[in-house]
Ligand binder design. Structure first.
Ligand code: NIG
Ligand code: ZN
Length: 404
């Protein structure tokens, strides 16, 4: 049974207590068998039976659960660096989208890309992401916007799940925006989503979740409700891009349809926070998207104080968040979102796992869970976020295997 010993500071991030309670152990060790954690505790009290296999040394450093990026748009064609410059010069994300850029320009490039090209590109991203100590990634489609191209993207995620050591949680985002061929007939695209695309995606078993961009400029509340209820009937779990640009009742709808998470939330209402807390919907903050779109960041403190579990993710995509730096998102969650480093860490581990309904298996260091952890070159989360130098990941383990 392999053991990781000499852990100076272990944050187990058990899903108990408040957001800032990361359940730490000093001078700790972890023992695992195959892909499953068997024992966690103070090194001095490790039972003999666990010290029979390979011994790894954490050299007194901090060990955390493998980080979970619970919101990415990982597979896409092309890039949009021109829009970055336009936004810096003062044009808004919405103006750029309305002028034919934005999501639709990536839809064109993604439709033009072959499945293999999308796979190679996304696989390269995943290798870089793993170096940060990230061990699980949620991946959305949503740049295909036709059954053929959405399934193409979802097959890329299936292949990544099979070929990469990381855990992948796939999400269907056919309701990202109205595709150009339905510009004059949005009702027909919504019908297509409900009658054909959602049932076919559910049947293919290529996605666990159905996400939607709920916004007056994308899908309004009534449309979103219809689409998400159809997804639920088909067996897909709802998720929402909610209240990002306007306060339009996205959080309230997330609670109504019992979504796994409501993400963005920069413009969430007081009622929305109350409804999410009552329904147990995880709030996912995406501070890199607020930063890159020059929007006011989400005050996560309001959500935590209102009883909502807050997860932190990158939203990696070629438009509003063209970086997959999850530790940077955590640092922004501290400085702009007003969460403590411990709260941000719980948000990027066990609460992120909850946002993708995998918290029974990943997100914390406990017996029975997947042996996923990262050794970080910092004495504790506070110092890591304060003297920020990136991921500081020395090495990481996924399903018991050392990968980085
Ligand atoms: N808000 C909608 N979707 C993405 C942006 C996608 C894009 O700009 O390509 C987001 O989460 O920010
Ligand atoms: Zn997104």
């Amino acid at each position: 049974m392999p053991v990781l010993k000499n852990i100076g500071y272990l944050a187990t991030c058990k899903d108990k207590g408040e957001q800032d309670d990361i359940h730490t152990i000093g001078q700790a060790a972890i023992a695992w068998e195959g892909d499953t954690i068997k024992w966690v505790g103070e090194e001095a009290s490790i039972p003999d039976q666990y010290v029979r296999g390979k011994i790894y040394d954490a050299n007194g450093k901090m060990v955390i659960p493998g980080l979970v990026d619970c919101h990415t748009h990982l597979a896409f064609g092309g890039w949009r660096p021109d829009e970055f410059e336009m936004r810096v010069r003062g044009e808004s994300y919405l103006d750029i989208a309305q002028a034919g850029g934005g999501i639709l320009s990536t839809v064109k490039a993604t439709r033009e890309a072959t499945e293999n090209e999308l796979f190679e590109k996304a696989s390269g991203f995943l290798e870089e992401i793993a170096k940060q100590g990230v061990t699980a990634v949620e991946c959305k489609s949503g740049y295909g916007l036709s059954l053929k191209h959405e399934l193409k993207t979802l097959r890329v995620y299936k292949r990544l799940e099979e070929e990469s050591p990381l855990h992948i949680a796939p999400t269907f985002l056919g309701a990202h925006t109205i595709p150009p061929e339905y510009k004059e007939n949005r009702e027909a695209y919504i019908e297509l989503l409900i009658d054909e695309m959602i049932p076919a995606v559910a049947e293919s078993e290529l996605a666990d979740f159905c996400d939607i961009f709920t916004e007056e400029s994308a899908f309004n509340i009534e449309e979103s409700r219809k689409i998400l209820l159809a997804a639920k009937v088909a067996g897909l779990i709802p998720k929402l891009h909610a209240d990002q640009l306007t306060s339009c009742g996205g959080a309230e709808l997330a609670a109504e349809v019992e979504a796994a998470s409501a993400d963005h939330l920069e413009k969430v209402s007081e009622q929305g926070i109350k409804d999410m807390a009552k329904a147990g919907v995880v709030g996912v903050t995406l501070p890199l998207a607020s930063l890159y779109t020059q929007e006011e960041p989400l005050n996560c403190r309001k959500l935590v104080d209102g009883g909502v579990d807050v997860a932190v993710a990158t939203d990696f995509n070629p438009g509003s968040a063209p970086t997959y730096d999850l530790p940077l998102a955590m640092m922004l969650t501290c400085n702009q979102g007003r969460l403590t480093p411990a709260e941000a860490l719980k948000g990027a581990t066990v609460y992120a796992a909850k946002a993708i309904k995998r918290n029974h298996k990943i997100g914390s260091i406990e017996p029975g869970k997947s042996a996923d952890f990262a050794v970080i070159d910092a004495p504790d989360p506070n110092f890591w976020m304060y003297h920020y130098k990136g991921a500081n990941c020395v090495t990481s383990y996924v399903s018991g295997q050392k990968i980085a």
